[in-house]
Design a protein around this ligand. Structure first.
Ligand code: ZN
Ligand code: ZN
Ligand code: FE
Length: 757
């Protein structure tokens, strides 16, 4: 008889791990106990050596589908306890928390079946959940994960729920948010003054009726408020746009089933898998051409893609079952503020946007937006990492002794925390453009540090002196290291692929503060195994009006054309005459001539903008990246000749080569002059950029090539580049689990420090 102590770390709490251990021990005739500890699961098992071997092997092999084991340590105890049975003991909490917090999980098939079965006691109950599904991260207040430390603590289970909760053989054994209509949270429907008008199931039925009539509903969902409206009703969608001050940015749509989606969009098996996964993200799909679409044209104007999702909570599912149309489901916020989580806050902020509020009394501890992904090359590519993914860590090897906190960038901000060998990335916080977002940013820092009981020793931030995240770091902490933006992008991609060997990173985005004080964004970064260096960049140009060029692609175009033609712009490219009023034109040219408010940039994002304007695709942008997106959508899916460019060598250790784009712009203008279609020119432009990447790879002689930065959200660029690199034997890496946009900067800052210290 041997007594074995087994400690398991990883995602092992809140998903039925202990009942699984209990059943396995009983099956094998092993005695002892299992309990949750702050760092995971602890088992004491007594039996023969053979049986215990079998037990450990089967623990690993048969563990619950949602769990993952990061470490399993065995220790033989000298004196068996002589247990007579196997038990599940209650949690202990003196140790330091290191157990992983699970993300919120989409409703499972068993719970789905129960809420649609009239004979089941959970029939039509919108807060049904079990150990396989339901809220986690959005309700946890502290570790270990126990009901008393969640926002469910004030709901007392009825005898039936209590019985399920304590029965190790039940699916709801220790399902912390376990509830039913007798004892759990319930719905209320409020008008826009906050007066309750319906309760319980009639609130849900009434909401469906209001949606049918074209009303805008603010729904308190899983990780925050959403604004819902009939996606087939143009007037209703227009009202939402007008009231939310969101003119063109596409809305996501929730459909009742994959079949309903398939009517509107091309849907591969891989995409279906992600839509139906426990993460249940918004998936960007290609819309079908030549169909009589039901979706109102103003849902995603001029966009060949549609962000779609399936109902992921019982509440969404019941609501979609009541109606026969898909719903626009967009973040419940105003002007890019963080989404509301509290019904009173929502009422105050959204009363002029929503006609009615469907709320409930289960508090949301922290906001968690819907995640957004797209499938590329059969794999996911997360563009917004939040619900379903946060706060699961990326594992780093080896671990560093000190804990690090990284504050990320400015747009699409996330923060990251490193503890031991785990890199935790916060949920998407958003653009730190307003006070409300900055408060959420500060709150998330406190929240993440408190959850993992970690006081970070070193703070990492972007090197842009004016980012509010940088200023926050400098004001609040004493030990702060800045990491250059484009180096952080490269490190971010390296972190997710566990890369450590020398390589070339292509770091292309809209804006980042360069070490020379100019605006970088078309960078070639070398990792030589010791340090990150800027190997090359693109020929710089001036941005008339600086920051304002981000919203006006025509300014980037003017800057590039000025670099090319000087004062002769309008002679060489008369189309540009119509971009500005006469006096604007004079002023901008003067600014360029005397170098006032015309910062120099090497931004690839601005090159995309400029070409978009030159092709008259878009002169002004309604939202970040719009001009580049429309240029991508314009590209014909045909093989084309690339435009000319060359790499010039520099005698400069800070930057060894420059990509000269002037011949490309001249040829684009020639093509336009010769009546070549915008579709072909855009395709040629994209293949030129992939050829630039290949040339840089050949120049630098590394076989591993990292493709990162916001520009690689562009599918045409990404796919072309992967194919070109592979055909020549290079190994391209791109970001799948950590966003390639600035949502990945915080993780990159940590990995950068990890590699260089
Ligand atoms: Zn379930
Ligand atoms: Zn109950
Ligand atoms: Fe960036």
């Amino acid at each position: 008889m041997i007594c074995l102590n087994i400690a398991i770390r990883g995602v092992v709490q809140g998903i039925g791990f202990r009942p699984f251990v209990f059943r396995l021990a009983n099956e094998l005739g092993i005695n002892g106990w299992v309990k949750n500890t702050p760092s995971g699961i602890s088992i004491v098992a007594e039996g023969t050596a053979d049986l215990l071997d079998m037990f450990v092997v089967r623990l690993r092999l048969e563990k619950p589908a949602l769990s993952s084991i990061t470490a399993l340590e065995k220790k033989i105890l000298p004196h068996p306890f002589g247990c007579s049975k196997f038990e599940i003991l209650s949690s202990e909490e003196n140790d330091e928390p290191a157990a992983l917090i699970l993300p919120d999980l989409a409703i499972c098939s068993e719970c789905k079946r129960e809420i649609s079965d009239p004979s089941n006691r959970r029939y039509r109950y919108p807060f049904t959940n079990c150990t396989h599904c339901g809220p986690r991260y959005s309700i946890i207040q502290a570790l270990p994960y126990d009901r008393a430390k969640t926002t469910m603590k004030n709901f007392f289970m009825c005898p039936e729920c209590e019985r399920e909760y304590h029965d190790p053989m039940n699916r709801r054994f220790h399902a912390q948010p376990n509830a039913c209509s007798v004892c759990g949270p319930h719905l209320e429907l409020w008008n826009s003054r906050g007066t309750p008008i319906e309760k319980h199931d009639s609130a849900l039925r009434q909401t469906a009726e209001l949606l049918r009539e074209g009303n805008i509903i603010a729904l308190k969902g899983l990780g925050g408020f959403q604004l819902l409206v009939d996606a087939t009703n143009t007037t209703a969608v227009n009202n939402l746009r007008a009231r939310k001050h969101r003119e063109e940015k596409p809305f996501a749509v929730m459909f009742s089933s994959p079949e309903a989606i398939r009517y509107e969009c091309e849907l591969s098996d891989g995409e279906t898998k992600f839509l139906q996964s426990v993460q249940s993200p918004i998936v960007l799909l290609r819309r079908k051409e030549n169909i009589l679409s039901r979706i109102a044209p103003n849902v995603a104007p001029g966009n060949p893609q549609l962000g779609v999702m399936l109902p992921y909570t019982p509440l969404h599912l019941l609501l979609l079952n009541e109606i026969s149309f898909p719903l626009v489901a967009t973040s419940g916020n105003i002007s890019e503020e963080p989404i509301c989580i509290d019904e009173h806050e929502a009422l105050q902020k959204l009363h002029a946007v929503a006609d009615y509020f469907l709320v409930h009394n289960r508090p949301i501890e922290r906001y968690v937006d819907d995640s957004v992904l797209r499938v590329t090359d059969g794999d996911e590519m997360l563009l917004r990492r939040a619900r379903g993914y946060a706060p699961l860590p990326i594992l780093l090897e080896p671990s560093t002794p000190i804990s690090l906190l990284a504050l990320g960038g400015h747009l699409k901000n996330t923060i990251a925390l490193q503890k031991n060998n785990m890199l935790f990335i916060s949920q998407h916080i958003g653009d730190l453009e307003n006070l409300s977002a900055q408060n959420s940013f500060a709150h998330t820092i406190e929240d993440l540090s408190a959850l993992y009981n970690e006081q970070p020793k070193l703070i990492l931030c972007d090197s842009h002196p004016e980012y509010s995240s940088t200023q926050f770091a400098r004001n609040k902490y004493s030990t702060v290291h800045a990491v250059q933006h484009h180096l952080a992008h490269v490190a971010s991609c390296m972190a997710e692929h566990h890369l450590t060997k020398p390589l070339l990173g292509i770091s292309w985005d809209g804006t980042g503060y360069g070490t020379d004080g100019t605006i970088w964004g078309g960078e070639f970064i070398e990792w030589n195994g010791k340090e990150f260096l800027r190997a090359g960049t693109v020929h710089p140009f001036s941005l008339p009006g600086g920051e304002s060029a981000v919203k006006e692609p025509r300014r980037s175009a003017l800057g590039m054309l000025y670099e090319l033609f000087g004062e002769k712009i309008f002679e060489k490219f008369p189309n540009a005459e119509n971009w500005f009023l006469e006096n604007e034109k004079k002023l901008l040219l003067k600014m360029l001539a005397v170098n006032i408010n015309t910062p120099r940039t090497t931004s690839m994002g601005r090159i995309f903008d400029a070409v978009s304007a030159i092709l008259n695709v878009r002169l002004r942008s309604g939202f970040e990246g719009q001009a580049a997106m429309e240029l991508e959508f314009a590209a014909a899916a045909v093989k084309t000749q690339r435009y000319s460019f060359h790499l010039t060598e520099q005698h400069n250790a800070q930057c060894r080569f420059i990509v000269e784009w002037k011949p490309m712009i001249e040829e684009i203008i020639d093509d336009l002059h010769n009546g070549i279609s915008c579709r072909i020119i855009s395709a040629r432009f994209h293949s030129t950029l992939s050829a630039v990447i290949v040339s840089a790879a050949q120049r630098m002689k590394y076989s591993d090539i990292v493709l990162t930065g916001g520009c690689f959200q562009n599918q045409v660029l990404l796919k072309n580049s992967i194919a070109s690199l592979r055909s020549l034997g290079y190994v391209p890496y791109w970001q799948k689990k950590i966003p390639t946009n600035d949502g990945g900067i915080a993780a990159g800052q940590i990995y950068y420090h990890h590699l260089t210290s």
